[in-house]
Design a protein around this ligand. Structure first.
Ligand SMILES: C[S@@+](CC[C@H](N)C(=O)[O-])C[C@H]1O[C@@H](n2cnc3c(N)ncnc32)[C@H](O)[C@@H]1O
Length: 254
């Protein structure tokens, strides 16, 4: 296979999936969804073939023009295009991909702020999948997207399940857009700023962090924390999505 004008295997994060159980798991997760499918980074099409067999409209994209040409010839019923996953419109109901590790963060950020997709099934580095799913505590990005999206960790993929073998394991992350957001979409910018201030702020207690982030008196912050059912929590990373939403509701009202 000639080298793509966009780079070689390493630069393009071409670690192809060979782990059959993961392939089967991704297919089952996607089969539970409905609507058009967009696959990011289709490579040689190991996943594209399974997704194509679901019989739904499918677009598969990759930056590697040689692999795209070959896959297009092999799968004439699938729309296979040379495109950049960090820019391509996220215009299908379902987004799927064994994501190239070096662009995981821009792709995730974009997914969580663009498009009208409903479900995403992504294979990422294990640590990214684990953190996004909030296992062991939430992160800034997870808390900021929690009112609009639900994250679930769907499995760990051993490094030997890719070829060539990467230095770390992979993790399967499913993201579902909530039918009813926990915070009004019109509040998103202000909510994002509040969450950022919570994660970067200091204070001896959760109420103190809330008081500083929302610029409200300590008494009001204590009442907001209690009303949000977050009295037991010590740190912003410990808050669950419903508690973030309730806290925002409390501090943004007054
Ligand atoms: C981890 S491989 C996955 C390939 C295949 N889906 C599989 O599971 O074996 C990632 C793929 O994304 C492609 N890629 C890298 N950067 C990309 C980008 N910015 N936009 C689209 N595809 C990209 C690579 O060429 C590679 O084929």
């Amino acid at each position: 296979m000639p080298r793509s004008i966009h780079g070689g295997r390493h630069e393009l994060g071409q670690n192809f999936l060979t782990h059959r159980p993961t392939l089967a798991r991704i297919t089952v997760l996607v089969a539970r969804t409905s609507g058009r499918i967009l696959e990011l980074g289709c490579g040689d099409g190991v996943l594209t073939r399974e997704l194509g067999a679901l019989g739904r409209p499918l677009t598969a994209i990759d930056l590697d023009e040689h692999r795209v040409g070959r896959l297009r010839r092999a799968l004439p019923d699938v729309r296979v295009e040379v495109a950049d996953a960090t820019r391509h419109p996220l215009d299908a109901e379902v987004v799927v991909g064994n994501i190239p590790f070096h662009v995981t963060t821009p792709i995730l950020r974009r997914l969580l702020s663009h498009g009208r997709w409903n479900e995403a099934v992504l294979l990422t580095q294990w640590e990214v999948a684990r953190k996004r799913a909030g296992v062991g505590g939430g992160t800034l990005m997870t808390a900021q997207s929690a009112p609009w999206f639900e994250f679930s960790l769907e499995g760990r993929v051993p490094a030997w399940g890719f070829s060539p073998r990467p230095s770390v394991d992979g993790g399967l992350l499913a993201i579902t857009r909530r039918g009813s957001p926990l915070v009004p979409v019109s509040d998103r910018k202000r909510y994002d700023a509040f969450v950022r201030a919570m994660f970067t702020g200091r204070g001896g207690s959760l109420a103190a962090v809330v008081a500083a982030a929302a610029r409200i008196p300590m008494g009001g912050a204590r009442r907001a924390v209690a009303a949000a059912g977050a009295g037991e929590q010590r740190l912003p990373r410990d808050l669950r999505p419903e508690q973030w939403a309730a806290l925002w509701h409390q501090v943004s009202r007054g």
